[in-house]
Design a protein around this ligand. Structure first.
Ligand code: HEM
Length: 412
């Protein structure tokens, strides 16, 4: 009797499956991954074979060796979806410094980084507080609304538009483009490639126009500041635009999802919320803890530039290595009870949500400023966000976030 060929069982540690994030079942899978096979080769996945790295120490090791573990977009870039063959086929390029190795990365990062220094970011505080206050004061009390749309998106997109002097009335473009960029499942889907190309073209043209306009009429915004630096002025137009996209789009849904994590996460841990409401001096640490717990980018990817060894595993040149920050941030050897929010956690700042080493997030201070400000302005108004339904989550293994979250505000 003929028997149907059995499909090989899916690898239980293939953590690239979008449903485990959409259904919020990733924690148990990663717990086993860390315990049984912290560095594991996934033979087959929706993105091809990859090394899956789930614990803290090897991730830090990989990030400290950029010559061995490359971020170069021509090799595969920074996300599991990176596909150099596809880029070639469609004549696409991704020249932004997050996806470059030294020495090119070093020069371009050095140009941008001073705009995100401590005093530069401190100078943004007043405007950030005013804008946050305005958004909070426009919200209904005791009535259901979507926190993602009305708070998280409104605040992050608005702040980035202000920082870069993006036309205020058109700021919704920033949300739309960043959504598209973050959804790796859309990127690898051939049916949506044409749409993605058209969107990228639209985004490139808008930023090119902005660049021309700022060259002619410089202001105080970050684009004008960057244009004044020699290295940036001399950059190829394509690279300048690539980096503008990185700065404006990269900081968008990451910060947004941290803001949603504040509402969702503290509602899940009401005792922790009560501590914060009683003592607003805990806000800075609570922000780090929320960024750790949420881990708005679940992973970053590297590609081995040479044959190498990682904790006894032989990695070959060209192999894809995926660093799961979302798991390292719950690594029991570093974070006790890491699956839970503890706003007084002493080492919350050690999280890897911003990465580590030469590529560590340039915009971390801006993100922290926006989050601290949101929590401070909520505290000033004695406002509490009560979650009144399960959120819908982004079905992706790169951006870890919320599509919608129904809440009702009350005063405490
Ligand atoms: C909570 C919010 C944020 C999170 C979780 C986040 C996360 C990250 C991560 C994981 C990296 C890569 C690190 C690595 O490869 O080691 C990165 C790099 C970067 N981020 Fe962020 N980010 C956030 C907000 C922002 C903001 C607000 C901006 C800009 C306004 C920004 C701009 C950048 C840039 C330019 C890089 C590239 C740095 C480099 O390659 O040297 N990010 N971010």
């Amino acid at each position: 009797m003929a028997t149907a060929a059995l499909e090989p069982a899916a690898d239980p540690f293939d953590v690239s499956r979008p449903e485990i994030y959409a259904e919020d079942t990733f924690e148990e899978i990663f717990r086993r991954h860390r315990a049984e096979a912290p560095i594991h080769y996934v033979n087959d996945s929706g993105f091809g074979p990859y090394w899956s790295v789930s614990t803290y120490k090897p991730i830090v090791h990989i990030e400290a060796l950029p010559k061995i573990f490359s971020s170069d977009w021509e090799k595969g870039g920074i996300a599991i979806s990176g596909n150099p063959e596809m880029l070639k086929q469609y004549n696409m390029r991704e020249p932004m410094f997050i996806a470059m190795d030294p020495p090119k990365h070093t020069g371009q990062r050095r140009t941008v980084a001073p705009s995100f220094g401590p005093s530069e970011v401190a100078a943004m505080k007043a405007e950030c507080a005013a804008r946050t206050g305005e958004v909070l004061d426009s919200l209904p009390i005791g009535e259901a609304f979507d926190w993602v749309q009305r708070v998280s998106i409104e605040l992050t997109t608005g702040m980035l538009a202000k920082l870069f002097g993006y036309p205020w009335e058109q700021r919704h473009h920033l949300t739309e483009w960043s959504d598209f960029g973050g959804d790796v499942e859309l990127i690898k889907n051939p049916d949506t490639i044409e749409l993605r190309l058209a969107k990228m073209q639209e985004m490139g043209m808008a930023f090119a126009a902005l660049w021309q306009e700022r060259m002619a009429n410089p202001g105080k915004d970050l684009i004008s500041v960057m244009l004044k630096s020699d290295a940036m002025r001399e950059m190829e137009p394509e690279e300048f635009i690539g980096n503008l996209i990185l700065l404006i789009v990269g900081g968008n849904d990451t910060t947004r999802n941290s803001m949603s994590a504040y509402a969702y996460g503290l509602n899940k841990y009401p005792d922790e919320r009560a501590k914060l409401e009683a003592d607003p001096s805990l806000i800075p640490n609570a922000v780090q803890e929320l960024i750790r717990w949420q881990t708005p980018l679940s992973h970053m990817r590297r590609t081995a530039a040479v044959d190498t060894e990682l904790d006894g595993h032989q990695i070959k040149a060209g192999d894809m290595v995926v660093m799961w920050y979302i798991s390292a941030n719950r690594d029991e050897s570093v974070f006790k009870d890491g699956e839970h929010i503890r706003i007084e956690r002493e080492n919350a700042r050690r999280h890897l949500s911003f990465g580590y080493g030469i590529h560590r997030c340039v915009g971390a201070r801006v993100a922290e400023l926006q989050l601290v400000t949101l929590l401070e302005e909520m505290a000033k108004r004695r406002l509490r966000a009560n979650v009144i339904g399960e959120p819908t989550r982004v079905p992706a293994c790169f951006v870890h976030g919320y599509k919608s979250l129904q809440v009702e505000l009350s005063r405490y």
